[in-house]
Design a protein around this ligand. Structure first.
Ligand SMILES: Nc1ncnc2c1ncn2[C@@H]1O[C@H](COP(=O)(O)OP(=O)(O)O)[C@@H](O)[C@H]1O
Ligand SMILES: [Mg+2]
Length: 250
């Protein structure tokens, strides 16, 4: 198997704090991988390393056959590593359509072209429609983003991420702050994008039912260490995981 993403004994220190220790992970093309673990386990740090926000203190990250340990975030976006953040990153005063139009123009390299002709306008519009259909927000195209529910705002954000043609999508707690229905929608969307668009996805999620329900494989971090890795069945039956989570539940 050729992996799309490979981490070889990756560690990260912040001063005296060892946030991640010897993490080795292989993600196959097309995989939907969950990263779980208690608060402070190092999940966000892992995403920061993969997306180039800072380099590992030691170890190596390989993406698409190339070492990317010290490649900057903008270049990694060009290479297809796209993340969403905990904080919603959309223009609240603009409509859903306008948000996606700006994203599509940036991704197509045609932003700030006031002289854009009819042909280009049509291509941009087509792309925006496609993005709206992919995430299922087309019927809210004209709604002002700031007036959408939190769940719909996050859906728009996924649309913006898709405008960049991700090969690897990193979703850090995509269902944070959502109610049951929004959570279900977002979960279904993540699964659909993975299955239909074949987008390799890493996501952080706290709800174990969701994780077990959709992830192909699960990586469990605990206190900066890899506690376990496997499919839902293996993780659910792993004594170390059970101990960590039962210990936490109290
Ligand atoms: N930029 C940073 N500077 C210093 N410490 C950090 C930084 N980012 C994360 N940490 C520390 O690393 C540890 C792991 O944090 P984080 O990756 O955010 O965990 P998680 O996302 O699993 O909750 C925590 O102790 C956190 O305080
Ligand atoms: Mg986090």
């Amino acid at each position: 198997m050729t992996s799309l993403l490979k981490l070889n004994t990756v560690s990260r220190r912040f001063g005296s704090l060892q946030a991640l220790t010897d993490i080795s992970i292989d993600v196959a093309p097309g995989e939907l991988r969950a990263v779980i673990g208690p608060n402070g386990a190092g999940k966000t740090t892992l995403f920061n390393l993969i997306s180039g926000f800072f380099p590992p203190s030691s170890g190596e990250i390989v993406f698409d056959g190339q070492v990317i340990s010290r490649v900057n975030p903008a270049e990694l976006v060009n290479r297809g590593i796209i993340r969403t953040f905990q904080i919603t990153e959309i223009f609240l005063s603009l409509s859903v359509y306008e948000n996606l139009r700006i994203a599509a123009e940036v991704a197509m390299g045609v932003s700030h072209l006031p002289w854009a002709g009819r042909h280009l306008r049509a291509r941009i519009d087509e792309r925006v429609q496609e993005l709206m259909d992919m995430v299922g927000i087309a019927r809210k195209a004209d709604r002002i983003a700031g007036e959408l529910s939190h769940g719909d705002q996050r859906v728009v954000e996924i649309g913006i991420a898709l405008s960049r043609h991700p090969k690897l999508l990193l979703l850090d707690e995509p269902t944070a702050g959502m109610g049951d229905e929004e959570t279900q929608n977002m979960t279904a969307l993540i699964r659909r994008l993975n299955k239909e668009q074949k987008i390799t996805t890493l996501f952080v999620e706290h709800d174990m039912e969701i994780v077990f329900g959709i992830a192909d494989r699960i990586t469990v971090l605990d206190n900066g260490h890899m506690l376990a890795e496997g499919n839902a069945h293996e993780i659910a039956n792993n004594p170390k995981v059970q101990a960590a989570y039962l210990g936490q539940a109290a």
